[in-house]
Design a binder for this molecule. Structure first.
Ligand code: 5GP
Ligand code: MN
Length: 339
């Protein structure tokens, strides 16, 4: 996004517009935080703004200011489709290709609205009139901050915008510890705290609101943890039965994959989660150093993401998916052991 683009967008936003903001399916902290941060910012400009998520999101994000205004496409499809068809501008946040919105793909592709992409994933598709894509960014929330700043409006950031953006930077950086965290990230975080983001309260709301069952599910996941030492790899499985036993709710498995990566010497961690409703195994991959799980996911698991964090899926059974994973590891042994 160059200076010319910014002045065109500034011009565009100088009159009242109907705006829809859409993040990816199974939205996480960065998807919801960036959507609500941008929502609060645009609402200040008198626009008519609506956030539409493809499907539900974890309850540990439902306290964020404005979350009660979000519409869910899977349960409010007609209302959402009308808004999408009627919109002047659609912002697409935290994803690189329209299929990442699941069933919203078609209505988004067909909508005549001007599309603006803000995203930090690899390989952005070319569907937007304006594309702000930067894989070096910690989070889409950091990019939304930059976007507001580029438009010359950093001064009007209030506590709702600051709180929303803080959430996504915190969750996508693993609380400011991943390599994508830069001094610039911390400078932005400092500004968000100055503008009213309560860092302790935000952290508590997101990470310290566990149910007893969720901790027991974590216990089950850790019991299932296996290590493949020659590939410096750890993986976890969770079957549908195990999820049911511990009363699984959306978001309960968030972050569990990182326990594998916390093992000394491990550079690749995976979690395989059975979803019989969708008929898939949902896969999350994490790595350390230069080993690209984005590449691994694209090549073998119909997914993608970033170098050190990617996701994908498999249509095989849980057991067969794990077998496949183990069978491809040797071809990565050199890269894994070079880390
Ligand atoms: P997670 O493992 O937390 O679901 O996702 C890790 C990263 O990979 C996130 O940036 C997410 O957007 C991306 N990702 C997760 N699942 C998929 C997928 O199925 N396809 C693609 N392209 N990216 C994914
Ligand atoms: Mn993100």
């Amino acid at each position: 996004m160059n200076k010319q683009d910014i002045s065109s967008i500034k011009q565009l936003l100088s009159s009242k517009k109907k705006i829809v903001i859409v993040p990816h399916k199974n939205p996480d902290g960065d998807a919801i935080g960036s959507s609500l941060g941008l929502y609060h910012y645009l609402t200040k400009g008198q626009h008519q703004v609506q956030v539409i998520v493809p499907n539900d999101y974890p309850s540990f994000l439902k306290w964020i200011p404005g979350s009660d205004t979000i519409l869910k496409h899977d349960s409010q499809t007609d209302t959402c489709d009308d808004l999408l068809k009627d919109a002047d501008i659609i912002f697409t946040l935290d994803f690189n290709a329209l299929h990442r919105t699941g069933n919203m793909e078609k209505v988004l592709a067909e909508s005549k609205a001007m599309k603006i992409m803000i995203d930090h994933h690899q390989a952005p598709d070319d569907y937007a009139k304006y594309t702000y894509s930067d894989v070096s960014m910690s989070s889409t929330c950091e990019m939304v901050f930059n976007f507001i700043d580029l438009l010359g409006d950093a001064d009007i950031i209030d506590s709702d915008i600051a709180t929303s953006l803080y959430v996504g930077i915190m969750t996508d950086t693993g609380s400011f510890r991943f390599r994508s965290t830069t001094s610039k990230t911390h400078t932005i975080i400092a500004k968000l705290i100055e503008k009213g983001a309560d860092n302790t309260e935000i952290h508590n709301n997101v990470y310290d609101s566990n149910s007893y069952k969720r901790l027991q599910l974590l216990g089950c996941a850790l019991t299932n943890l296996k290590v493949v030492p020659e590939s410096r790899t750890a993986y976890i499985t969770l079957s549908q039965e195990e999820l049911q036993k511990y009363d699984y709710k959306k978001g309960d498995t968030e972050g569990v994959v990182n326990y594998g990566l916390s093992l000394d010497g491990v550079v690749l961690a995976a979690i395989f989660i059975e979803d019989r409703n969708e008929g898939i195994i949902k896969i999350s991959l994490r790595s350390k150093g230069n080993f690209s799980v984005n590449e691994m996911s694209r090549a073998h698991f119909e997914g993608g993401g970033h170098i050190n964090a990617a996701g994908g899926k498999s249509h095989l059974s849980l057991e067969k998916t794990v077998e496949k994973f183990i069978s491809i590891l040797p071809s990565y042994n050199k890269a894994l052991n070079d880390e």
